[in-house]
Design a protein around this ligand. Structure first.
Ligand SMILES: Cc1cc2nc3c(=O)[nH]c(=O)nc-3n(C[C@H](O)[C@H](O)[C@H](O)COP(=O)(O)O)c2cc1C
Length: 175
């Protein structure tokens, strides 16, 4: 599968088979995050691989919008360090995309659980502290997202997109 095929095939998958993910594939998926670009090449993001079912079940309650994590085979928690880089949120976001695409290459499904909440600091702190405590993560780390991983029970169809010409512009913004 080439990169664009992975981009085209990638879907949010929230129903998973009860089938373990080979360790070498999980390590390669982690490599995809590790090798993702970072602003000023500063190491602001770190990743935690979670495979224990009881921890996945606990993390699935970090927000109301990720019940699917309970059925995942694994999760990767994406953290950021504002003290290391002003680009911590972008760094964590692009690494999440790389991880999602590498999972697609292996025929895995992934889902993105947003933890960091940009518009509600209190809600963000509540969600992030839940994850910090669950995984003994140092308090200076921010928790951007948790990606759930597993072999798809079904491949969801592509979602509708706005027409391409309303999204992509050439030379100047077309109103
Ligand atoms: C920044 C971001 C936050 C998201 N947060 C959640 C979430 O908390 N829970 C969830 O089930 N899906 C979440 N999603 C998944 C999107 O809803 C999904 O990717 C989108 O509907 C497009 O579907 P597709 O991934 O199948 O193309 C998030 C995706 C992104 C990029």
């Amino acid at each position: 599968m080439d990169v664009f095929e992975a981009i085209q095939n990638r879907r949010e998958v929230t129903k998973y088979l009860d089938k373990p993910i080979p360790k070498d594939q999980l390590e390669q998926i982690l490599n995809a995050g590790y090798l993702a670009p970072a602003g000023n090449n500063l190491p602001s993001r770190e990743f935690i691989l979670v495979q224990k079912p009881e921890i996945l079940q606990h993390l699935s309650k970090a927000t109301p919008f990720m019940p699917w994590l309970e059925g995942a085979q694994a999760a990767i928690v994406i953290t950021g360090r504002p003290e290391v880089s002003k680009y911590w949120l972008q760094d964590a976001s692009i690494a999440s995309g790389f991880i999602w695409l590498q999972s697609t290459e292996f025929g895995l499904g992934a889902a993105f659980g947003a933890i960091y909440h940009a518009e509600d600091a209190a809600e963000s702190a509540k969600r992030e502290n839940y994850v910090l405590e669950a995984l003994s993560i140092p308090e200076d780390r921010r928790i951007v997202a948790i990606l759930g991983l597993g072999y798809p029970e079904e491949q969801p169809p592509a979602k509708a997109q706005l027409p391409r010409e309303t999204i992509i512009h050439y030379d100047q913004f077309q109103k």
